[in-house]
Design a protein around this ligand. Structure first.
Ligand code: GLN
Length: 450
């Protein structure tokens, strides 16, 4: 059924870059056989799933939306993929994304943009627009994404789906092609809160292959999603996220959701997190710095593309031709910024200052969580914008992650849940943020709002 839906819609939506129909059918049949023979299977066994194309998948291409890795097939599975397979999930294929996860619209993919199923002239968010569009369009019931600055939550918001960025270290990054290692976090993309919790339980938990993985069991997530009550919960509305730059419909749907929480017995207070307003600027120094270091491995020698190696050129020339052709505009822009920010003499001025802001953001969270169990805000200031609208104006593109970035800087758990439609029928999301390793609180709120 899902493969049929992919065949029907993918030519328009371009949500999948690679579909493994044969492999999926084979896995599905083996799960059926296991079930028939009375094997004990987990709750998601046999359920199809789409995987963002920056998760390494043994035997299936992993392009990261880049020419650089166009023909690359990894020799191993990411830990998340290993766990999906072990739980009997059926991997349908790999989903489109902004190049190496840089973007908020899936337009920087080297393989063409993904379209939003709600309105195909609009973007599905990014960088994980392929995963969210696939789930919104019933091409897959579940997907996995990665969130460095909002790439699970912002696409969730603009496609009317659930997107969760777990606590940093809660889900293994092993085998996820690194963008900015101190910010990257894999997480679930689904249509319902309970699905997200069940998937999070399959994906998450300690992994010795990831040195930043937290050696602690996850809280009871699916139980929290099923419970879905918010009575007595202290909910902080982040004062800084509203007003100028926020669409009226986005604010209206957000405030209605907050009133629902209040009506159900949550105690709603306004909190101020003044340093959140500097988070975006700090992110656009920290992320490109880590990015320029991580993407140095694409040097034409080890993996992926190699251009100009005809026996007449030296290593440096081949390297520079390869990187010149292999990376798109946005990747180059960020690599230049990152290299500059880390260059000697400027490190303290740029990277060092950004790290100080990061600490201030974390302190804002600490102060806020002393008064509240969760914080809430709109997920992103606007509904889905039109394809092409922001491509020539990077600053307007970057602002899509205004509200999501603070959680990446501090490592908090954070999610987007759908809260209805704008007056022109486009989805709006609420962002819920919890302290590290309190991911269960996200699911309580999400379970209630459903
Ligand atoms: N839109 C953000 C960026 O362009 C988020 C990226 C992400 O979370 N992978 O950096």
């Amino acid at each position: 059924l899902h493969l049929d839906q992919i065949e029907a819609l993918n030519p328009t939506l371009n949500a999948f870059l690679h579909v493994d129909a044969d492999g999926a059918m084979e896995t599905a049949r083996s799960i059926d056989a296991a079930r028939a023979s009375g094997a004990e299977l987990g709750p998601l066994a046999g359920v199809p799933i789409a995987v963002k194309d920056n998760f390494c998948t043994l035997g299936q291409p992993t392009t990261c939306g880049s020419r650089m890795l166009e023909d690359w097939v990894p020799p191993y599975d990411a830990t998340v993929v290993t766990r999906l397979r072990a739980a009997g999930l059926v991997i349908l294929g790999k989903t489109n994304m902004d190049e190496f996860a840089m973007g908020s619209s899936t337009e920087t993919s080297a393989f063409g943009p993904t379209r939003n199923p709600w309105d195909t002239d609009r973007i599905p968010g990014g960088s994980g627009g392929g995963s969210s569009a696939a789930v919104a369009a019933f091409m897959a019931p579940l997907a996995v994404g990665s969130d460095t600055g909002g790439s699970i939550r912002q696409p969730g918001s603009v496609t009317g789906t659930v997107g969760v960025k777990p606590t940093y270290g809660g889900v293994s990054r092993y085998g996820v092609v690194a963008m900015a290692s101190s910010l990257d976090q894999p997480g679930p993309v689904t249509r319902t809160t309970l699905d997200a919790a069940l998937l999070h339980e399959v994906m998450g938990g300690h992994d010795p292959h990831d040195s930043t993985s937290i050696a602690q069991p996850l809280p009871a997530l699916s139980e929290a999603a099923r419970r879905g009550d918010v009575a007595g919960m202290r909910v902080g509305v982040v004062k800084e996220f509203g007003g100028e730059g926020f669409e009226a419909d986005v604010e209206a749907r957000f405030h209605e959701a907050v009133e629902l929480l209040r009506g159900a017995g949550a105690e709603v207070v306004e909190v101020s997190c003044p340093n959140f307003l500097y988070a975006l600027s700090a992110y656009y120094l920290i992320m490109p710095s880590e990015l320029s270091s991580n993407l140095a491995r694409f040097d034409a020698m080890r993996y992926g593309l190699r251009v100009g190696d005809d026996g007449t050129r030296g290593v440096e020339e081949v390297m520079s031709m390869t990187r010149g052709e292999g990376f798109g505009r946005e990747a180059k822009r960020r690599l230049i910024i990152g290299t500059y920010a880390l260059s000697s003499g400027y490190q303290d001025q740029y990277y060092g200052s950004a790290q100080k802001v990061r600490t201030l953001v974390a302190r804002d969270f600490e102060a806020a969580f002393a008064q509240c169990d969760v914080l809430v805000s709109p997920t992103t200031p606007t509904v889905a914008f039109r394809i092409g609208e922001r491509m020539s104006d990077p600053m307007s593109m970057y602002k899509a992650d205004l509200c999501t970035i603070p959680s990446n800087l501090a490592g908090n758990a954070s999610a987007s849940f759908p809260v209805g439609l704008s007056s022109d029928g486009l989805p709006v999301g609420i962002q819920v943020i919890a302290p590290p390793m309190a991911d269960d609180r996200l699911y309580r709120v999400g379970g209630f709002l459903e």
